[in-house]
Write a protein that binds this ligand. Structure first.
Ligand code: SER
Length: 319
């Protein structure tokens, strides 16, 4: 079989997606690629691993050739808060990197998955039940790069017939690898701090509502979309997908149900608050449900129980 390449394989999504793909298609068929973060022993030893800069066409080309790659999950990206601190870097990685993947996919006939985000929306987008097709004028650099990626993927499909597919992920919550510089990271941090300190100081206000998803659903979404019958796909790129939406106050309440003496306090970071306020409260993901059967399994309470159970093992802290 042609091989699968996962870029950003050491990142929050990549570290779990790579292992799931290796179980599903055979470890030797899934090439993990990272930039410089040390991969876990599991990731490094269970199948092929390569270090590449996703903006380096020649380096990625060499890997695609070496392994006869047929599908690329391109996950390497700069998240929203880092993107505000380093906008030029965000453009380089998030747009130039996508262009490298698109060009190679055109040349070698690869299928290409590029995730987008709730960040692709902005203050003029309808906030509740955000439609699949709507106004997209994001005000963060991260959002500018994500809309650009969506449109570039559409362009390569229409112009060259490249099999591009993509999702607009909400905030992703997981216990294996940390997110790293996003606005929704609070919803991961809170679980670590609940176990470590029984308290958490949140950088967003208590009533900031955003869409969220637990990682097992995010992994299923990526694989289900790539395996979907293309004749059913009307949208192809940038499907809205969500599993739940909540505020810091609501997630804190769900933690308190499991750890009753947990306390949350608030110290607002204006940059991340500004980004969060420009994003939807809740997306309408009916196109994904209809076109490829999107059906998430985790809501807030079930996720909280599972996160705390897994983190308690990982951190060796009982509750
Ligand atoms: N989780 C991302 C961020 O906060 C959004 O896609 O940057």
């Amino acid at each position: 079989m042609k091989k699968i390449l996962v870029t950003g394989a050491v990142g929050q999504i990549g570290s779990e997606l790579t292992m799931t793909l290796r179980k599903r298609y055979g470890a030797e068929n899934v090439v993990a690629a990272g930039r410089k973060t040390k991969p876990s022993a599991e990731l490094r030893d269970s199948g092929p691993f390569e270090f590449i800069e996703v903006t380096d066409y020649d380096a990625v080309n060499a890997v695609v050739k070496k392994y006869d790659v047929g599908t690329i999950y391109h996950l390497a990206a700069i998240l929203s808060a880092v993107g505000e601190a380093k906008p030029q870097l965000a453009w380089k990685v998030n747009v130039d990197g996508v262009m490298v993947m698109l060009e190679l996919s055109r040349e070698y006939g690869c299928a290409l998955m590029v995730p987008s985000s709730i960040g692709a929306f902005g203050p003029s987008t309808p906030k509740d039940g955000t439609p699949q097709d709507t106004i997209q004028r994001p005000t963060s650099m991260y959002g500018v790069t994500k809309v650009s990626g969506e449109i570039l993927c559409d362009y390569y499909y229409t112009k060259y017939g490249v099999d591009t597919r993509g999702l607009r992920y909400p905030g992703l919550i997981s216990h294996v690898a940390l997110p790293g510089g996003g606005t929704t990271d609070y919803a991961v941090d809170i679980y670590y701090k609940a176990l470590e300190d029984k308290k958490y100081e949140c950088f967003l206000s208590e009533d900031t509502r955003m869409d969220m998803m637990y990682m097992p659903d995010a992994i299923d979404a990526a694989i289900d979309l790539m395996e979907a019958d293309p004749s059913n796909l009307e949208h192809r790129n940038a499907f809205n997908v969500t599993a739940m939406n909540f505020t810091p106050k609501e997630i804190a309440q769900s933690v308190k149900k499991v750890i009753p003496d947990f306390e949350i306090s608030y110290k607002i970071d204006p940059v991340r608050q500004g980004i969060a306020d420009s994003w939807p409260n809740s997306m309408d993901d009916s196109a994904a449900r209809k076109e490829w059967g999107w059906d998430p399994k985790f809501g807030l309470e079930k996720m909280t129980e599972d996160m705390l159970k897994n983190l308690s093992k990982k951190l060796n802290i009982n509750y």
